[in-house]
Design a protein around this ligand. Sequence first.
Ligand code: ATP
Ligand code: ZN
Length: 293
Amino acid sequence: MQTDRLHMAIQKSGRLADQSRDLLKSAGLKVQATKNQLTARATNFPLDLMLVRDDDIPTFVADGVCDLGIVGLNVLEEYRLGDDQDRCEIIARLGFGRCALKIAAPADEEFTLDSLQGARIATSYPRLTRKFLDEAQIACDVVTMQGAVELAPRLGIAAYVCDLVSTGQTLEANGLKPVHTVLESESVLVRTLKTIDPVKRLKADALVTRIDGVIATAESKYIVLNAPESALADITRILPGADAPTIMPLMGHQGHVAVQAVCQESVFWETLEELKDAGARDILVMPIEKMML
Ligand code: ATP
Ligand code: ZN
């Protein structure tokens, strides 16, 4: 790997791998695999990717081996609790890989947090679990397992588990139910806090700006509508996440204006109905292809 190129760690294969690559693609990067399969190189940007296990990503970024990384907040926070210095920072939430670290109990049990007192709980996230228990002043043994945590109760390893849940189907299939959320998670973009060369720093900033643009675009829509001037106050209030819409007079329609706005939140049918009720007509909602904030 060349030292003047940016290094970013992403998951090699697994739940975050495809979406991490898709994000970079949407940021305009053309990525070419190399023979060793551990790295990939962008052909149109000074960026090399390190394709690794997600568990290694926080260490690589904290140590400065990689300038940037994409990893689940759950993995990052677990790592941070074991690191005495803060050596990486979250610079964006990426909106994919959503899941939650949850405590689960046998489906037929009447559970309260007190049930955990004196019990055993199995998890792959011992530090996050311990932190939660300590804060809740619960004395409970934490058993660390690398995988198949949901089998722990059936195997008699622990009565409870603290595991990642997205749909809850795995828990259900193992006779468990979620009872408490310890951490809401999604994938995040992290940057090393180690000093990096100023030229590389500029390149990193440029890449982060593009990624911010991609995230903003994914949620944003461009709205155009016509409305009587008297309805403007209501309409701007209804437009989701739009600041300072553009207002233009409509030729030949005195008292009527055209409104254009970038809405940085989802626009639902309900929103359009509300706009119409407020007096808006000819409402168009358009996707935004690129955006630089
Ligand atoms: P690796 O081989 O890289 O160590 P892994 O098996 O540890 O992979 P994956 O199962 O690919 O990890 O999950 C990666 C991340 O995806 C998780 O850390 C979490 O942030 C996110 N994720 C989203 N939904 C789920 C889910 N239902 N179960 C587990 N992880 C999920
Ligand atoms: Zn892993």
